[in-house]
Ligand binder design. Structure first.
Ligand SMILES: Cc1cc2nc3c(=O)[nH]c(=O)nc-3n(C[C@H](O)[C@H](O)[C@H](O)COP(=O)(O)OP(=O)(O)OC[C@H]3O[C@@H](n4cnc5c(N)ncnc54)[C@H](O)[C@@H]3O)c2cc1C
Length: 317
């Protein structure tokens, strides 16, 4: 069974979600990985990929379009399939680009598509997998009627495992021209880390009182090497930028550690953080719903607790 895994690079690196997808694909019975990495890479990343890969990893080593362009990537993937043959299974790591490309690749392959897959398949061909539905409130079991399948993984489905030596080689295709879309403007987030890739997130809600009180939260994120995020009312109020908004209508994150400061834990917020490995909540109300979702809770005034945590985190450095 030929399993295709795809990623683009960012700042000359591949995202962690790619290693998760490689591990997922490599863990399936009879699976032979054929992966495509599009975009420039640093030398150490090439070595890293050989460790995590099994089968063949091809590198399309060209600068990618400045703007995201679906047609460009679809053309690239189609050229790859034309040359290397169509896969039986496509496994895509959790990324915004893959979210757009997944259904389109499925259409090209006449494959069944399942998004937000949360574990290894219950059954292979015919495929049965588990996925989140209704903003993570339920887990549904999906059985595909098609022979081919495209899975978009939820983040943190499994820890990347070094599967063995992957064969890494360059692959060239004629760069495609974008069609049909004219990009007028693009606004990039100012944050240094992609929220969806961050391993540690310190997030603030309305309990933070106002934008002028955000400094200790930012200091904690900085001391822990993490990113900052917020609840929806906070970005609606303009206290924080919209790209930091987490939840059902914002980013879905899956860090190792999510620290929720002055966030009540509404279901719409929890929908965006349920993939977190460890959730720590700081809230002055012991009855706040966030404590139901949290692994550790601190009942207290966030403005008193945060400076203590900042000091402790700095001592750990
Ligand atoms: C269709 C729809 C989609 C939505 N999508 C999202 C979404 O994607 N993301 C999202 O976040 N919300 C979303 N919401 C809004 C959601 O329902 C909640 O209103 C929102 O999450 C609440 O934000 P909050 O926890 O910051 O504020 P609040 O609910 O006001 O909670 C503030 C919390 O801070 C605590 N607090 C106050 N002062 C302190 C202090 N000094 N120290 C410690 N704790 C303190 C309070 O006890 C309280 O628990 C959506 C709503 C709808 C209807």
């Amino acid at each position: 069974m030929k399993t295709f895994v795809f990623t683009t690079t960012r700042d000359n690196k591949v995202p962690r979600s790619f290693f998760e997808a490689l591990t997922y694909g490599g863990s399936l019975e009879g699976s032979e990985i054929i992966a495509l990495v599009a975009g420039p890479l640093s030398q150490d990343q090439e070595t890293e990929m050989q460790k995590f890969g099994r089968g063949q990893i091809f590198h399309f080593n060209q600068a990618l379009p400045q703007w995201y362009d679906t047609f460009y990537y679809l053309h690239l993937i189609q050229s790859f399939f034309d040359e290397k043959g169509e896969p039986d299974l496509v496994v895509l790591g959790a990324s915004e680009i893959n979210q757009v490309l997944g259904p389109q690749i499925a259409l090209k392959l006449s494959a069944g598509y399942v998004a937000r897959v949360i574990s290894l398949p219950i059954q292979q061909a015919p495929w049965r997998v588990k996925r989140y539905a209704y903003s993570g409130k339920i887990i549904s079991h999906v059985e595909l009627k098609t022979e081919k399948a495209v899975f978009l993984l939820s983040a943190n489905v499994l820890s990347p495992i070094e599967l063995g030596a992957g064969n890494f080689e360059l692959w060239n295709a004629l760069p495609a021209k974008g069609e049909g879309v004219e990009v007028l403007e693009i606004k990039r987030p100012e944050s240094k880390q992609l929220l969806t890739e961050a391993r540690i997130i310190v997030s603030g809600g309305r309990g933070m009182r106002g934008p002028e009180y955000w400094k200790p939260l930012e200091e904690l994120a900085e001391a822990l090497g993490g990113a900052t995020a917020c609840s929806r009312p906070v970005s609606d109020e303009g206290w924080r930028p919209h790209h930091e908004h987490v939840g059902q209508t914002g980013k879905i994150v899956a860090p190792d550690l999510y620290i929720a400061c002055g966030i009540s834990g509404a279901i719409q917020h929890l929908a965006g953080i349920s993939g977190s490995r460890v959730i720590v909540a700081i809230n002055k109300d012991p009855e706040a719903p966030i404590f139901q979702a949290a692994h550790y809770g601190i009942v207290g005034d966030v403005h008193k607790v945060l400076p203590v945590l900042v000091e402790a985190a700095r001592r750990l450095k």
